[in-house]
Write a protein that binds this ligand. Structure first.
Ligand code: PMP
Length: 306
């Protein structure tokens, strides 16, 4: 990752990839107080386009606000930085990583007088889930790790340190032979995956957990709108893991995971044990719209890199 050609946008300018470095005393590296985004640019017939750029930038600013970090750039500048990161690297499609982090001016927990930095990297990352996973679904395991409690870390912030919990859960799931983890909240209700929101479908109604202890996912919001526009009822409510065992269909949503069907949870087959029909329908619409094929309806959600 460190050694490659191209550019990374750092604090207002495009820096050669190999020179975009920080000091070992970088505050965020020590305590995890930083915020970031995961954004995607898709290949379309008229070049790369960033999906829901404005919403990702808004969430980055909200995350920083929650963490009391002041981003020294405007939203327009951060949007332009993301477009520049894709363009300057000549990427047909890309995963983008904007991150806001503290500098190395001091080490105390007070975090006083620290510089706030912003970087945006972009690279080709065609698939987080394999093509088979997107078609056949994945095996998920309920995690022994509890998702963040709303009064321990801030669940509405996409904060660097929050992801220790995700990585513990994901690694546990992978080493147990599953593809992804399902994390429950501190009361035992379904929260989300390590980097995804979850939906379950029963009798043609979609259910997804309230936002109490899961991230306000942009793909989640997208899927809720797409499902409602296609006549489905979507309910946000508390969900138990055994509701998923007996659901007709279940799927994860996320910028990286897109719409990934879940075929099994804790060794219980869900529905037919493969991608269900409503999941397939919504996944197909999602893939068409992110690739610019539905711009007459959803063009506002794509920002063409140009
Ligand atoms: N939950 C967590 C913990 C995540 O990291 C992500 C990925 N950002 C999501 C949900 C899905 O959010 P989005 O659809 O905005 O990518």
């Amino acid at each position: 990752m460190a050694v490659r050609d191209g550019f990374i946008w750092l604090d207002g300018e495009l820096v050669p990839w190999q020179e975009a470095k920080v000091h070992v005393l970088t505050h965020t590296l020590h305590y995890g107080m930083g915020v970031f985004e995961g954004v995607r640019a898709y290949e379309t017939a008229t070049g790369p386009a960033i999906f829901r750029l404005k919403e990702h930038t808004d969430r980055l600013f909200n995350s920083a606000h929650i963490m009391n970090m002041k981003i020294p750039f405007t939203k327009d500048e951060v949007n332009a930085a993301q477009l520049a990161a894709v363009k300057s690297n000549n990427l047909p499609h890309a995963y983008l990583r904007p991150m806001v982090f503290y500098g190395s001016e001091g080490m105390g927990l007070r975090a006083h007088n620290l510089k706030v930095h912003l970087m945006v990297a972009a690279w080709e990352w065609p698939a987080y889930m394999s093509p088979e996973a997107l078609e056949l679904g994945i095996k998920v395991r309920t995690s022994s790790y509890t998702r963040h409690h709303v009064n321990i870390t801030m669940c509405k912030a996409k904060a660097n340190g929050n992801y220790i919990n995700s990585m513990l859960a994901l690694n546990e799931a992978l080493s147990g032979g599953a593809d992804e983890a399902l994390l429950l909240d501190n009361e035992g209700y379904v929260a989300e995956g390590s980097g995804e929101n979850i939906f379950v479908i029963k009798d043609k109604v979609l259910y997804t957990p309230e936002l109490t202890s899961c991230l306000d996912g942009i793909t989640r919001k997208t899927i809720i709108q797409l499902a409602e526009e296609r006549g489905y009822t979507v309910r946000e409510k508390r969900i138990t893991r055994d509701e998923i065992y007996v659901a007709d269909e279940a799927f994860f949503t996320g910028t990286a995971a897109e719409v990934t069907p879940i075929r099994e949870l804790d060794g219980r087959i869900i529905g037919e044990g493969k991608r269900g029909p409503i999941t397939e329908q919504l996944q197909a619409v999602y893939f068409d719209l992110v690739r610019g094929k539905l711009d007459d309806q959803y063009g506002d959600w794509l920002t063409y890199v140009g």
